[in-house]
Write a protein that binds this ligand. Structure first.
Ligand code: PLP
Length: 433
């Protein structure tokens, strides 16, 4: 097979700059080598671009497409609803059915509110925590990403030489133009170190601790044994709301997300992405006692498009499939094979690598030896070398994120994974030092 080329995409994105700033509608879609791509359609594990390439896709739109591109059941469910109503500004039976499904699947979910994006779900969870506790301080961790609003977009990808001491990490706004006072009640800590966190919680003035229960946005790093349990216990003891941000892990790594897989139940959890396989659905789910503080209307939660009916129909179809016994088994098998295969391919080339996370969402950290325990353990990640690798890989018809995260879908079968591993070996041969 000849190498893929992307000249039409490059030209189209460049020309589109005349109407769309930078030719892209999210910063996460820019800076892609050799060019941001323009697509015509998606089919299962594949995306077809305007250069005529049929690419195996491990971006999966940054996570949502857990059932692959354009699954018939999800598409048909949404279409049926599109024929009869788009948006009501009121309730539909679909949102009650979708909420019941979340309650059935997710351990912490006694009540649910739907939102428009993961970012908005996080905003609601933090607002609830502050209102319920009457406290202001929220603790977040280095390298954990919770959306792009001013109050939480801090220290998501700080250069390692700017982190400061581990016991007193320096907080960095992650965007130009960010309203700095919006982050003044956000305290930053280094993740996976129980002692300092427990000591901080013991002061009794923290509204919420928010974390990715497995750090998927940086590195694919698991909590140390006992860490989540200790944080859970301390939050309960000191009246702090524990929030798991399951925007990536929710519905993807198992029917009940990270909290089910890891056996620790937060007070609140945020969801988006895989809950509706590409439709704009997000949710906050949690304990009735906390969530029902929304009932009297004193805590503001809005959103014109919340629980949009066709998106709710898609969410129900997606969750129906993901709640079937064994729904995640294929991804577990193929993802494991892929993780081990990538590790072996880099090892053969003498290139150190840490491949971490779940078979359904893992991260390839080139240049890292051993098992990092938090963001600071990723100091040796060789971003430039990995980018060369993903660029070469794209030439061989496989699209993987330059940041190292690989998302799988139920459509990534053995044949797809075998083809991927051939491409991985060919790309490594091109870029190995
Ligand atoms: N939280 C986590 C863990 C995420 O990974 C993301 C997005 O990648 C968000 C929140 C924000 O979600 P959205 O992009 O839907 O606003």
């Amino acid at each position: 097979m000849g190498k893929c080329t992307f000249t039409r995409s490059a030209e189209r994105v460049r020309a589109a700059g005349a109407t769309v700033s930078g030719g892209v509608n999210s910063n996460f879609r820019m800076g892609v080598a050799p060019t941001p791509l323009v697509f015509e359609r998606g089919e299962g594990a594949y995306l077809l671009d305007i250069d005529g390439n049929r690419l195996i896709d491990y971006y999966l739109a940054l996570g949502p497409m857990v059932l692959g591109h354009s699954p018939r059941d999800v598409v048909e469910a949404a279409k049926r609803q599109l024929d009869i109503g788009l948006l009501y500004g009121g309730q539909s039976e679909l949102e009650y059915l979708a909420a019941a499904k979340v309650v059935e699947m997710v351990p912490c979910a006694e009540r649910v509110r739907f939102a428009g994006s993961g970012t908005e779900a996080v905003q609601l969870a933090l607002r609830l925590a502050r209102a319920v506790t009457g406290r202001s301080t929220v603790i977040k961790f280095e390298g954990h990403y919770h959306g792009w609003v001013d109050s939480v977009l801090w220290s998501t990808s700080t250069p390692q030489d700017q982190l400061g001491p581990e016991d007193a990490p320096v907080k960095h706004a992650a965007s130009a133009g960010q309203d700095l006072p919006a982050g003044q009640n956000l305290e930053l800590m280094s993740w996976n170190r129980a002692e300092p966190l427990l000591a901080r919680l013991a002061k009794g003035d923290v509204a919420a601790v928010i974390m990715e229960a497995t750090m998927c946005n940086s590195g694919g790093i698991f909590a140390a044994p006992g860490y989540l349990e200790a944080v859970r216990e301390a939050c309960t003891r000191h009246g702090t709301i524990l929030i798991f941000d399951e925007v990536i892990t929710g519905f993807r790594i198992g029917p009940g997300g990270a909290q089910q897989r890891l056996g620790v139940t937060p007070d609140l959890a945020t969801f988006a992405k895989a809950i509706a396989n590409g439709f704009t659905v997000a949710a906050v789910a949690g304990r009735a006692e906390v969530m029902d503080r929304l009932v009297d209307g004193a805590i503001m939660h809005g959103g014109t498009y919340n629980a949009q009916p066709a998106a709710m129909a898609a969410a129900i179809a997606t969750m129906d499939r993901l709640s079937k016994p064994g729904a995640h088994d294929g991804m577990e098998r193929q993802g494991t094979k892929l993780m081990r295969g990538i590790e072996a391919a880099f090892a053969e080339a003498g290139m150190p690598v840490y491949v971490g996370g779940y078979p359904q969402i893992f991260t390839v950290n080139l240049g890292v030896t051993g098992k990092p325990s938090n963001y600071r353990g990723l100091a040796k990640v060789d971003k430039a070398a990995y980018r060369k690798f993903t660029t070469a890989l794209l030439g061989h018809g496989v699209r993987a994120l330059e940041r190292g995260a690989w998302f799988l879908s139920t459509e990534h079968d053995e044949k797809v994974v075998d083809r991927t591993l051939d491409a991985v070996r060919a790309a490594i041969a091109e870029v190995a030092p």
